[in-house]
Structure formats: structure tokens, C-alpha cells
Design a protein around this ligand. Structure first.
Ligand SMILES: [Zn+2]
Length: 120
């Protein structure tokens, strides 16, 4: 392995470690507030989604690219995915819960560029 690649890998694993800790803190914070419990979660490189939640298994996948976004966006995605443990779609209930717990989320959603339909 070339040094440049090795250093890049080390940098990425450091970023991922920081991201993992932040996600875990946010999960610990929001699960009792929302009254949901997930089974487990993982980081994965994904092309089209910031996060992906399965509310029958309670498993959440977060995009490792989140490491490149400001922390508040990570917090938003964590809450977004946890709300999907309560409701699958982006329905009235979803909007009401997001508005209640994170009033600024719509602006972040708009800035994150992906249309809401593309990340679940
Ligand atoms: Zn969604």
C-alpha cells in the first residue's frame, strides 16, 4: 500500500470514529425522548441516501459521508431516521414530530440538496 493511501485510510477511519461517537450520542439522546429503541446501526458508504431505516428490524444505516457535513446535519439525520421508527413515510406525523423536536430541520433538509424522497 502506498503511503498516500495509507494516510488517507487513517484519516478516514479517524473521521468515521468521530462520526460514530456523534451518532451514538445523538441516538442515546433521542431514543428515550421519542420512545423508540433501535436494535443496532452501522456506517456504510452509500450513493443515494444519508440514512436508511428499517422499522421492522430496528436497524439503521448511516452514510459514512456524513463525516463531511457540519455536526448539526448529522444530528438532523439521526433524528430523521429515528422518527422513521415511528412512521415509515414523510407523512403528516413525520412532519409534526420533526417540527416539534427540531424546528430548523426544513432549512437543513433543503440545503442538503437531496430531495427528501431520495433518502428514507
Ligand atoms: Zn425519510
Amino acid at each position: 500500500m502506498k503511503w498516500a493511501n495509507l494516510l488517507k485510510d487513517l484519516g478516514q477511519s479517524k473521521d468515521n470514529e468521530r462520526l460514530r461517537r456523534q451518532i451514538q450520542r445523538q441516538l442515546n439522546k433521542w431514543q428515550p425522548i421519542l420512545g423508540v429503541t433501535i436494535s443496532d446501526w452501522e456506517l456504510r458508504e452509500m450513493k443515494n441516501y444519508w440514512g436508511s431505516a428499517n422499522n421492522s428490524t430496528g436497524h439503521i444505516i448511516f452514510n459514512s459521508e456524513l463525516a463531511k457535513l457540519p455536526p448539526r446535519y448529522v444530528n438532523y439525520i439521526v433524528l430523521h431516521e429515528l422518527v422513521h421508527q415511528i412512521t415509515d413515510g414523510h407523512d403528516q406525523k413525520f412532519y409534526a414530530l420533526m417540527d416539534q423536536h427540531m424546528p430548523g430541520w426544513r432549512k437543513m433538509q433543503a440545503r442538503i440538496e437531496e430531495p427528501l424522497e431520495r433518502y428514507s
